[in-house]
Design a protein around this ligand. Structure first.
Ligand SMILES: N[C@@H](CCC(=O)N[C@@H](CS)C(=O)NCC(=O)O)C(=O)O
Length: 210
């Protein structure tokens, strides 16, 4: 049995965040496929694992952890990689994790879901989420201008959280050339040994035709 079990599915950028941390650190981990599109996260059995009904869930040494930011923080400790060097960095990482969850991932993921994964999106809602996502990309691009990574001079869990949905530029419908600092930063992460696209790292892609 693998040391870490990650409940995940290929289309989940939130699950990709810890999956990428585990993979880059060469951890002994195994995915446990969650049939999100088949309604599994709404089932009583899944709610018993995570009352929030969300992916990802990480199991490690008798602990069950949820929320990608919490899982990443935990993994920075157990893997001894991608964590803060001191208290100032710890707060800076936390600042970007909170911003990611509120402004970047939430709007980008919802926009991408409507655009690429839902059958009948509301055009007005989709336009609004697209507008908010683009505003978040502009903030991240401004921060990354003149920097190699989000916090400090190396890859941290802040980068792993923020980058997750942005590798789906095709599904989002964005050309990162319009956000050059994001484009260069994504290329830097993509160049990490063992980097894999979410669809290559987690089970469930392509989706079976319903
Ligand atoms: N803030 C959470 C968001 C998790 C989340 O929204 N996961 C999605 C998949 S990407 C999910 O499981 N949604 C199911 C639902 O909300 O019913 C995190 O970072 O882990």
């Amino acid at each position: 049995m693998a040391e870490y079990t990650l409940h995940c599915f290929a289309q989940s950028g939130n699950a990709y965040k810890p999956a990428l941390a585990l993979e880059l650190a060469q951890a002994d981990w195994t995915p446990r496929f969650v049939d999100y599109f088949g309604g599994e996260t709404r089932s009583p059995a899944y709610r018993a694992v995570n009352v929030m009904g969300e992916v990802p869930v990480l199991e490690h040494r008798g602990r069950t952890l949820t929320q990608s930011g919490v899982i990443l923080d935990y993994l920075a400790g157990t893997l001894g990689r991608f964590g803060a060097a001191d208290d100032d960095e710890r707060r800076e990482i936390l600042r970007w994790l909170l911003w990611d969850n509120h402004k970047l991932t939430s709007y980008t993921a919802t926009y991408r879901f409507m655009r690429a994964l839902s059958k009948d999106p509301d055009p007005g809602a989709m336009a609004e989420f697209g507008k908010r996502a683009r505003a978040a990309w502009a903030v991240l691009d401004a921060h990354l201008s003149g920097r190699r990574y989000v916090v400090g001079e190396r890859l941290t869990i802040a980068d792993l959280s923020l980058c997750a949905y942005l590798f789906w530029d095709d599904e989002i419908g964005v050309d990162w050339a319009a956000f050059p600092a994001i484009e260069a930063w994504l290329a830097r992460i993509r160049a990490e040994p063992r980097w894999k696209h979410p669809y290559a790292l987690m089970p469930g892609h392509p989706r079976p035709r319903s």
